[in-house]
Design a protein around this ligand. Structure first.
Ligand code: 6MZ
Length: 361
């Protein structure tokens, strides 16, 4: 595990509200309990529970959103989540979150995202490079020390943001999210994710917004095949997104299409097994895709909800699929090519890995 922690890593599938520390959730729940908004003893065991079905996961998200959807808390969780990823040597993070409205406190999707940006700026324990067009494109990038997992230098993490469309949303709400993403490009927003309870909603509802996103140069990644839904899986693959997440319930034609278009897959091992989207690691599609040299990247999905970390996902993959250090290093490094980052950032990341090669043997 120590080796997996010191390995530089790239995280491409992490939901902000799924990555919160348990201690923070409990603290927030206690405060709302004292205010009489919730009954603390009712929610404590829900937060600490380890095994969760997919249905329970989405109930938990409803609870988490009650605890976190105000500006101060959104700022706080963003800051903590970035610190947590950086502390385990994640050197590049694409963090995704669903911009939310909360009329009772005057929150708009834009003000939600402004709170996220404040959280990014509030990180002080590590250097955060998040705005491609101003902060880290110029002299600051040069002046920041390269993250070096193996010595005491200050860590640096690149962060880019993906805005999520929740499957419960209407076409108009999805379009609002895409327009917001376009307005926030200079602040490090680079793409759109489609997520949310996979048994809710219809592909055609989100398609106009996703097409609009693509036409305007935003990258798109889709939660695809987390539950059996053959028609939707085919429609999603025909859209040719830049990446897909999960791909658990693919049939032969789906694999063919995925491979034909060479679409990288964000693999979330612990999440898939806990939610029973895959019955066990022995039958997980990681092995087939890995052996076929299809582009894949290990990700956490929801490090808080599933009590995992990216280092742990590498450890799980190593023991389930027999990967050695060399294979794990290559797997982590390959992920650079599947990021939505620009060429300059990709080159920086390659340099970080090259530097680490010498020390990790
Ligand atoms: C689908 C998921 C998910 O956006 O509020 N989310 N969607 N499948 C999953 N697999 C377990 N895990 C998380 O983060 C939480 C939201 O991310 C999506 C859900 O829409 C959830 O409400 P944000 O920061």
């Amino acid at each position: 595990m120590e080796w997996c922690v010191s390995l530089p890593k790239v995280e491409l599938h992490a939901h902000l509200n799924g990555s919160i520390r348990d201690s923070t959730l409990l603290e927030l729940a206690r405060v709302l309990g004292e205010k009489g908004v919730i009954v603390f003893s009712d929610v404590e065991h829900v937060i600490l529970k380890n095994d969760r079905s997919l249905t329970e996961v989405f109930k938990l998200f409803d609870l988490i959103h009650i605890l976190t959807t105000d500006h101060t808390t959104v700022k706080r969780i963003t800051q903590e989540v970035i610190e947590d990823f950086a502390s385990e040597n994640v050197v590049y993070l694409e963090l995704r979150t669903t911009p939310k409205r909360n009329d009772s406190i005057g929150m708009t999707k834009r003000s939600y995202m402004e709170a996220v940006m404040e959280g990014l700026r509030a990180v002080s324990t590590v250097d955060v490079a998040f705005a491609p067009h101003n902060v880290d494109a110029g002299s600051l990038r040069e002046s920041l020390p390269i993250n070096d997992a193996c010595d005491g230098k200050r860590k640096k993490i690149y962060v880019r943001l993906l805005l999520s469309i929740d499957r419960r949303e209407s076409t108009a709400a999805a379009m609002e999210t895409v327009k917001l993403a376009l307005e926030m490009r200079d602040l490090g927003v680079i793409g759109i994710d489609l997520s949310g309870n996979p048994v809710v909603g219809e592909w055609m509802t989100y398609l106009p917004a996703l097409e609009f996103a693509r036409e305007h140069g935003l990258y798109v990644t889709l939660h695809c095949g987390e539950v059996p839904n053959p028609k939707e899986i085919q429609a999603m693959l025909d859209f040719i997104p830049q990446r897909v997440g999960h791909a658990c319930y693919f049939e032969e034609d789906d694999w063919k299409k995925l491979k034909h278009y060479n679409i990288p897959v964000e693999i979330c091992l612990t999440s898939n097994v806990v939610t029973a989207s895959v019955s066990s690691l022995d039958v997980h599609h990681f092995a087939d895709l890995y052996n076929a040299k299809h582009p894949i990247v290990l990700c956490t999905d929801d490090a808080g909800v599933f009590s995992t970390s990216l280092s742990n996902e590498y450890k799980v993959a190593a023991s389930a699929f027999g990967l050695g250090k060399r294979e794990m290093f290559q797997l982590a490094k390959n992920a650079i090519e599947f990021t939505f980052a620009d060429d300059g950032v990709k080159q920086d990341l390659r340099n970080i890995f090259d530097l680490a090669t010498k020390k990790l043997d």
